[in-house]
Design a protein around this ligand. Structure first.
Ligand code: MSP
Length: 557
């Protein structure tokens, strides 16, 4: 899946095809409280997809960051007794530190309080105001003080009252600015349908696309985009009325283009810089709660209103939620899982593996620390770690650390020879796993494929019993073939797992004594290199070191 862009830059004088950058973004996290496991999941998922593309040799631009303005942040800062700017700085650092600990390797970091972002938000708002897409209006109605929004009859319960989730509700009359939405409803429906017919639907998975389409059908009214400064000061001032600040979505969503190099003064997409157009459009990873209406309606309509053509609309990959005991995690309910504590207790790789292996992209899953430990022990320690350890031990014990390359075709035919012949060079399970991964961006199916090979190799050890072969001179070649098969499989498995478990992949390569000059560097792994038979005859492997020591289960967990 290599994307091509036509370069019409005057420096090139002629049109020529250049590989396009793969651009991936995540939601930016609110800085009203520290990160939890849901935030960590989304960023690791994006990181894994980004690493997969780098593995394929694509140029990648991975953007993530933090959403620093708004009512919730202002309130949390007031509660903590510090100015919002200072409060936000502290929480932002916690996100940055966590991504480092979790090996989330992004190319650009978005902070919505930055000057760079403010310029883009104000530039876009001014353009839309000048074009008549933003207007001022007076609204009178019931207002939820807790949720900071006007309520409609849709929010009333069966008894006709507003439920407790809205907190104090009062009648208010207020002037604000509105962004025109309803006029673009037909355009949006057509876009969703048109893209659903092509290869790149606006939303993945399918059922979320249906959810979005149904919501767009019901779209009525415009979007309130301001708050009077008297009520909210922690935001970006409207460029055409300094009594107001922008409220939420124009500030948050536009980060995706600000930090990719969008110039707000340039009013057509085609006239944006080459750098920006090389990156855009993005694959945007978001949670299910912010598809409707934020990304699926507001964001797409905003992009259309500022001149982005249909073929430059992003693709939204919507993931499910990690719950706890079947219930939504929330700070107020006191049931959030702290990813820092998990990394400290179990290490980065155990956490990344669990987050990618125990959920299907798009679905919800229930978080369990016990399972995090169990799967680490079953899959990584008992299967993968054990395979590496026993393979290297046997190569040292029986062959002084030297690998001999034997073609299974040259061995006398028997059950084991058949088994080796079928497996050597057979990348079917990897290919099937990759196809499934690409269809739903589901690392789970990919990991399953890699683990199937690991389990198969451990099965081969049991079946071939190298310790018996080593006692029989007639079986020398067969023993060499088995050992080659195990070491070469491990080399390929390392490449396959590298997007999810980069440290472990380096560990395997280090112990195999392979590509040592690139040790610790991501370029060490490439999909093209996952071809059977690259370990040469006579290669000397390193000494085994336990890769995944078993974690003892703490009974309190
Ligand atoms: N700031 C907005 C997003 C603006 S994007 C332009 C926001 N922030 S958030 O901190 O509340 O959520 C950030 C992301 O984390 C969202 O995609 C959200 O769906 C995701 N998650 C929050 N809780 C989650 C789980 N329990 N599980 C998985 N992801 C969840 O919304």
């Amino acid at each position: 899946m290599v994307l091509f862009a036509t370069v019409t830059d005057s420096r090139y004088r002629c049109n020529r095809k250049m590989p396009k950058t793969f651009f991936i973004t995540t939601a930016i996290d609110y800085t009203n409280s520290p990160p939890h496991i849901g935030h960590a999941y989304e960023k690791v998922l994006a990181d894994v997809i980004a690493r997969y593309h780098r593995l394929k040799g694509d140029k990648v631009f991975f953007l993530t960051g933090v959403d620093q303005h708004g009512q919730k942040v202002q309130q949390s800062a007031a509660k903590a007794g510090v100015p919002p700017a200072e409060f936000v700085k502290g929480i932002t650092q916690k996100f940055v530190d966590l991504w480092k600990k979790l090996d989330v390797k992004y190319d650009e970091w978005a902070e919505t309080t930055s000057e760079r972002h403010k310029k883009v938000v104000q530039g876009i708002l001014q353009r839309l105001f000048d074009a008549g897409e933003i207007y001022k209006d007076r609204q009178a109605g019931y207002y939820s003080v807790r949720q900071e929004q006007f309520l409609t009859d849709k929010e009333r319960g069966p008894d006709g009252e507003f439920g407790p989730e809205w907190g104090q509700v009062e009648f208010r009359e207020e002037e604000n600015y509105y962004f025109k939405l309803e006029g673009r409803k037909k355009w949006l429906l057509d876009l969703i349908d048109e893209r659903a017919r092509g290869k790149k639907p606006v939303v993945i998975p399918d059922f979320r696309q249906t959810e979005l389409r149904n919501a767009v059908e019901k779209l009525s009214g415009d979007l309130c985009i301001s708050r009077p400064k008297s009520r909210l000061s922690w935001g970006i001032e409207l460029p055409f009325d300094n009594d107001f600040v922008n409220y939420v979505w124009f500030d948050a969503l536009t980060n995706y283009i600000t930090f990719a190099g969008y110039d707000p003064k340039v009013d057509t997409y085609e006239a944006q810089s080459q750098e920006f157009r090389d990156r855009w459009p993005a694959l945007q990873i978001i949670g299910k709660d912010i598809l409707v209406p934020a990304h699926g309606i507001y964001w797409l309509i905003m992009l259309h209103a500022i001149g982005f053509p249909n073929n430059q609309m992003p693709q939204l990959l919507v993931h499910g939620w990690w719950n706890l005991g079947g219930a939504k995690m929330s700070k107020s309910a006191g049931n959030v899982v702290d990813p820092n504590a998990l990394v400290e207790k179990y290490g980065t790789e155990a956490v990344r593996y669990y987050l990618m292996d125990r959920i299907t992209t798009g679905q919800d899953a229930d978080f369990s620390e016990k399972f995090l430990v169990s799967y680490h022990n079953w899959d990584l320690a008992d299967q993968l770690g054990n395979l590496l350890n026993r393979t290297l031990n046997m190569v040292h014990r029986y062959r002084d650390g030297i690998i001999r390359r034997v073609n299974p075709e040259d061995l006398p035919e028997n059950d084991l020879q058949k088994e080796l012949r079928n497996w050597s060079g057979d990348g079917n399970e990897f290919e099937a796993g990759m196809k499934l991964f690409l269809e739903g961006f589901n690392p789970r199916s990919w990991l399953n494929a890699a683990m199937a090979r690991v389990v198969g190799c451990n099965g081969l050890v049991e079946m071939s019993a190298p310790w018996k072969l080593a006692k029989d001179e007639q079986q020398e070649k067969l023993l060499d073939a088995v050992l080659y098969h195990l070491a070469e499989s491990l080399r390929i498995i390392a490449i396959w797992i590298s997007p999810v478990l980069p440290k472990a992949a380096h560990g395997i390569f280090d112990q195999l004594n392979w590509k040592m000059e690139l040790s610790g560097k991501e370029e060490r792994f490439s999909l093209a290199d996952a071809e059977w038979g690259r370990l040469p005859d006579g290669h000397v492997v390193g000494k085994p070191i336990p890769l995944f020591p078993r974690i003892e289960i703490d009974e309190g967990v």
